[in-house]
Write a protein that binds this ligand. Structure first.
Ligand SMILES: C[S@@+](CC[C@H](N)C(=O)[O-])C[C@H]1O[C@@H](n2cnc3c(N)ncnc32)[C@H](O)[C@@H]1O
Length: 305
């Protein structure tokens, strides 16, 4: 997000991100420009005005893949990867290779899992150090971990960004928590601000693994989404769990620095039920199909101003 400067058209043209203006609220004067994270332009998706130079330092001149993360999430991901320099990384949720383009640059070897059988063909030839594994992660991940364990390998960086249901998130994390790490290991989960995902994160048995030393649900906090398809819903956010090859000796708690923000936003966006109500599902399906809201329900959308 950037304040207006009078040359918004130039900024928009240069940056290419889908954006909108929202008017002043309270005592504040002037419009704000709100960038969406899901620009259809893969070269600019989610980068706002801030990220491009940093992303370029990693990617050099390579073509970019659309990356469904906010600028802060992207920066946090790159920082973690540059800091950890994992020998082996696992990604659950390849999609178009947005996060993978960075993981593959900053890890020696990557296993990228997706339920979509089109992924290997879509990504063919892009990243030499990536093995694609197709199928539901709840089935493919245990087999992969067994294979790595037999070779004495700890996946030092794991991104959970696949099945976004409560059960799916909880199960993916619980499978990863079977690991007894031989090296420091980070588990990162995207969309920790989404109520359905957040519940799965909270239900996961973090405490049951004595090698877990820290879990923060709001390593990067999420937002009330401005994009049309999921407008007014809570999405984004990165949770971070950190395991060490020694057992913890102190009391363990899952922390959530932005829990009050999350609760306030959940109340303001009219509660979690919007994510479960059949009408919400129908409305989202309709929008995905036709790219516009169901008329009878359009007026129920929360506004950002
Ligand atoms: C949000 S996208 C991943 C985005 C990607 N990590 C990025 O940052 O650009 C979620 C992906 O997870 C995949 N997925 C959904 N359920 C899954 C499951 N049970 N097992 C594996 N992949 C799954 C979807 O096919 C989709 O490609």
């Amino acid at each position: 997000m950037a304040t207006t400067t009078g040359n918004e058209e130039n900024l928009s043209d240069h940056n290419g991100c889908a954006s909108e203006r929202v008017g002043p609220s309270g005592d504040e004067a002037g419009d704000l420009k709100v960038y969406r994270d899901n620009s259809p332009d893969p070269n600019n998706a989610g980068q706002g005005l801030a990220c491009t130079p940093f992303l370029d330092t990693v990617l050099k001149n390579a073509d970019r893949c659309e990356w469904l993360m906010s600028p802060a999430e992207q920066m946090a991901m790159i920082y973690l990867l540059e800091h950890l320099r994992p020998r082996v990384a696992i990604e659950i949720g390849t999609r178009f290779g947005g996060s993978l383009q960075f993981i593959s640059r900053l890890a020696d070897k990557v296993y990228s899992l997706d339920i979509d059988p089109q992924v290997p063909a879509r990504m063919a030839g892009r990243f030499k150090n990536v093995e694609y594994i197709t199928g539901p992660s709840q089935e493919t991940l245990p087999a992969l971990l067994d294979r790595l364990d037999a070779q004495g390998i700890t996946p030092e960086f794991c991104l959970v960004d696949g099945d976004h249901t409560t059960d799916g998130v909880r199960e993916d994390i619980n499978i990863l928590l079977r690991i007894r790490p031989r090296a420091p290991m980070a588990i990162v989960m995207h969309d920790s601000f989404n109520p359905i995902c957040r519940r799965g994160l909270r239900q996961a048995d973090w405490a049951g693994n004595e090698y877990v030393h820290m879990v923060e649900l709001d390593f990067v906090s999420g937002v009330v989404n401005p994009a049309p398809i999921t407008r007014g819903e809570l999405w984004g956010g990165l949770a971070l769990g950190f395991l060490k090859p020694v057992k913890r000796s102190v009391r363990f708690e899952v922390s959530a620095r932005a829990e009050l923000t999350f609760q306030a936003a959940l109340t303001a966006t009219r509660s979690e039920s919007r994510y479960r109500h059949p009408k919400t599902a129908l409305r989202r399906f309709w929008r995905l199909l036709w790219g516009r809201p169901l008329l009878s329900m359009a007026s129920t959308e929360p506004k950002l101003s």
